[in-house]
Design a protein. Structure first.
Length: 266
């Protein structure tokens, strides 16, 4: 085969490989937003409809855990995500170096502890088993909640990476087990109490307002955010996404659908 023909075949093959392995870019006037399944997806569906009325398109991309939405954002498979609080994002960035940043607050979801056996923490026996999340920021959040209610004492109550090892005082000798956040609602029958993030609590049929035996206050610092890649923070579609999220239809939906379990943070 003539050298020029060989070169042409190689270039065509390279182009084909690139087309297969490179993620498709978003369409013009379209922004892909990642969320976790459940309440965040429900809220973003309302945002999507609001955006459509305002002349642009949001494609909702659902995930089932807390890791992949940031991986997808860093890999440019999506343009934004809304599922996490800022301490979690900062912890992920510290470990990965991802160039991801917060652009706006989204919703507040006061987290709580739940129990199938006891109606309050005062009823828990000495040596009770408590299940908390196994990721550093959500584990710290659960421990901070216990500290704030005088149930344990932490060496540094402000630490967003505090772990069980950082408990300074545990008067009732509670035993802590750390598990994946998504599994905690299913394990409630097997432990004395468990900390459950609101999205998983709502999915499991728990009422964060009525069923939790202790929960965060409405002014908790653990507010969920909208995040994008640093290079895209000033993109017009990002500003439009935030405006659609911070709209009256979304605020009304939160009040009617979640009745205090999720609150607007703007």
């Amino acid at each position: 085969m003539h050298p020029a023909s060989v070169r042409g075949v190689l270039l065509a093959a390279a182009a084909l490989i690139s087309a297969i392995t490179t993620p498709a870019c978003a369409e013009e006037g379209v922004i892909r937003v990642g969320v976790t399944a459940g309440p965040h997806a429900e809220v973003l569906e309302v945002v999507r409809k609001t955006a459509a009325e305002r002349g642009f398109t949001i494609k909702v991309v659902e995930f089932t855990d807390y890791v992949v939405p940031n991986q997808a954002l860093a890999a440019k498979d999506i343009e934004a995500n809304s599922f996490q609080h800022e301490p979690y994002l900062k912890n992920q960035i510290a470990k990965t170096g991802w160039k991801i940043t917060k652009v706006a607050d989204a919703i507040a979801s006061p987290m709580g502890f739940y129990s199938k056996t006891y109606k309050s923490f005062a009823d828990l026996p000495v040596g009770a088993t408590l299940a908390i999340q196994n990721d550093p920021t959500n584990a710290a959040r659960s421990l901070q909640l216990l500290h704030a209610n005088g149930i344990i004492k932490l060496k540094d109550p402000a630490s967003v990476t505090a772990g069980v090892i950082d408990i300074a005082d545990n008067p009732k000798a509670y035993r802590f087990i750390e598990l994946d956040a998504a599994q905690l609602p299913r394990l409630l029958p097997d432990v004395d109490a468990a900390s459950v993030n609101n999205n998983y609590a709502v999915q499991a049929g728990l009422d964060p307002v009525k069923d939790s035996i202790v929960k965060e206050t409405a002014d908790s610092p653990w507010v969920n955010i909208i995040a994008v890649r640093e290079e895209d923070r000033d993109q017009p579609l990002v500003a439009k996404l935030v405006e659609a999220y911070h709209s009256e239809p979304v605020k009304t939906f939160l009040g009617e659908r979640f009745k205090g379990a999720y609150l607007p943070a703007w």
